[in-house]
Design a binder for this molecule. Structure first.
Ligand code: FAD
Length: 102
């Protein structure tokens, strides 16, 4: 809430439906930490939170499927680690395709 600047939050308790006003002047949005992996094949191994399990080369348990970035089961989820994962996954995919060629 607020016109030119933030003055407060309108909170709703999703269990009771009760609403309350919380006066604040700053906000850090803490969203995006639940993995969206439902669209992926069911036989792709996930951890208890639903993140995709890979080895250090970004290979999953399904040959030819690689995972990189936040979707992956790991400790640190930041831009720099996602980019590194992506580079590794691309290299692993290249090696996988080369081996297919025989
Ligand atoms: C609030 C917040 C603050 C953060 N602050 C920082 C920070 O200060 N510094 C830092 O280093 N990191 C920060 N992070 C983490 C950083 O944003 C992530 O680690 C990084 O973006 C992961 O990159 P990614 O490519 O793995 O995933 P994402 O950036 O999430 O990209 C995944 C993309 O896939 C798309 N997608 C999803 N499902 C499908 C589908 N079915 N088909 C096609 N496309 C799909 C999404 O729309 C999205 O564009 C923050 C994250 C959040 C949520």
């Amino acid at each position: 809430e607020g016109e030119k600047e933030l003055t407060g939050l309108s909170l709703k308790n999703v269990k009771t439906g009760e609403r309350e006003h919380l006066p604040v002047s700053g906000l850090f949005i803490y969203v995006g930490f639940a993995p969206e992996t439902a669209y992926l094949p069911g036989n792709l191994e996930r951890d208890a939170q639903g993140f995709i399990v890979t080895d250090t080369e970004m290979r999953t348990n399904v040959p030819g499927i690689f995972a990189a970035g936040d979707i992956r089961s790991k400790l640190c989820r930041q831009v720099i680690t996602a980019a590194g994962d992506g580079a590794t996954a691309a290299q692993s995919a290249f090696v996988f395709l080369e081996q297919l060629d025989g």
